[in-house]
Design a protein around this ligand. Structure first.
Ligand code: ADP
Ligand code: TRP
Length: 320
């Protein structure tokens, strides 16, 4: 069973990405063959600063390795290192009905958020279909926001297979609706686009500052507080053991416990939770030659798989 997952390097990865996607990806290495890639070509629809995109891509590779993606067991690569995906996108574009893309809500949502309305943004789901079909993926674990894109991928694959004969494996979406939406420091959904993220690999001082800036109400220290109506507690309980969560809730309710105390506890908990990953990340950062080697090997392996699929596509479409 081949499980495929991609993540955009449009900013530094945060604890929402970690709980919502990276941790499930790391865990999926136990149950199948994981193909995971950094979707930098997708990020080009929103990030125009090339130096920033390049550095976010490198940082994302290091983050994923530090958090437990095992390059011996899994395939890890950068999307643009396999240019074949752009060729496949064209073949898929030619069987994709306009109406199918017009029905995708992500285009309208992103334009409403201020992302320029380029044709790349409009055909984004076709590039994503190429990512998935290029590697004969069986399972694509995604959050609810990406479900429609996997359904579009299936529609495109069915259309292509009907027109040219069986060529693509039909992927199944695996919707992770059991995973909570992680709140950001302002209480909205944590997202790079809302500038409310907590990045797990921030230097200690900055991490502490970020946590101290979590928005709370102005209940005085001595008064009792409602844990279920508070961002610090909401984030704390995502990482804490049951007893630790219960102890913090009890502290809130009995009074004499300030939000500053809770923030300090959250800071310590996050440092502890990511201690091993932070250490590994430091080691990886000091060995950029190794990172380059991993990236190169990943690209070679991914290109070998892509070449086989593209060969089938070129044959049936009359391109070869
Ligand atoms: P962002 O909103 O920061 O731009 P993306 O939309 O690129 O993040 O999401 C990348 C992955 O991380 C997706 O699979 C998404 O489901 C997951 N993710 C992002 N933010 C959260 C969050 N606040 N809670 C849970 N999962 C999240
Ligand atoms: N569109 C996905 C996101 O924004 C990233 C992505 C690109 C992806 N290609 C993919 C995810 C293929 C899964 C499979 O999160």
């Amino acid at each position: 069973m081949r499980i495929l997952s991609g993540i955009q390097p449009s900013g530094r990865l945060h604890i929402g990405n970690y709980l919502g996607m990276i941790r499930p990806m790391v865990e999926s290495q136990q149950r199948g063959e994981l193909f995971c890639f950094i979707a930098n070509m997708h990020s080009l629809t929103s990030v125009t600063d090339s130096a920033l995109l390049r550095s976010n891509t490198d940082e994302a590779i290091i983050d994923l390795l530090a958090l437990g993606i095992d390059p011996e067991k899994s395939l890890l690569w950068v999307q643009s290192d396999v240019p074949e995906v752009a060729e496949l996108t064209w073949y898929l574009n030619c069987v994709t009905p306009m109406g199918l893309l017009q029905r995708c809500h992500s285009y309208k949502d992103k334009v409403a958020k201020g992302i320029p309305a380029s044709s790349g943004l409009f055909t984004y789901p076709v590039l994503m279909a190429a990512d998935i079909l290029m590697y004969d993926s069986n399972i694509v674990p995604v959050g609810k926001d990406q479900k429609q894109h996997v359904e579009v991928t299936r529609d495109i694959a069915i259309k292509f297979n009907t027109q040219y004969g069986d060529t693509f494996v039909l992927p199944e979406p695996e919707i992770r609706d059991d995973i909570a939406v992680i709140p950001g420091i302002d209480g909205q959904k944590m997202s790079k686009s809302y500038d409310n993220t907590i990045e797990m690999f921030l230097p200690q001082k900055q991490l502490r500052k970020k946590i101290m800036s979590i928005v709370t109400d102005s209940t005085p220290v001595e008064e009792p507080k409602d844990p279920d109506n508070n961002n610090v507690y909401a984030i704390y309980k995502l990482f804490a053991a049951a007893e630790e969560t219960a102890a913090m809730a009890e502290n809130y309710r009995k009074g004499g416990y300030g939000y500053g105390d809770a923030k300090k506890a959250l800071y310590e908990l996050l440092l502890d939770h990511f201690a091993e990953a932070r250490k590994k990340r430091e080691e990886l950062e000091s060995d950029l030659g190794f990172i380059r080697e991993i990236r190169g090997k990943g690209a070679d392996k991914a290109r070998a798989v892509a070449a086989g699929v593209l060969d089938r596509v070129r044959k049936v479409t009359g391109m070869s």
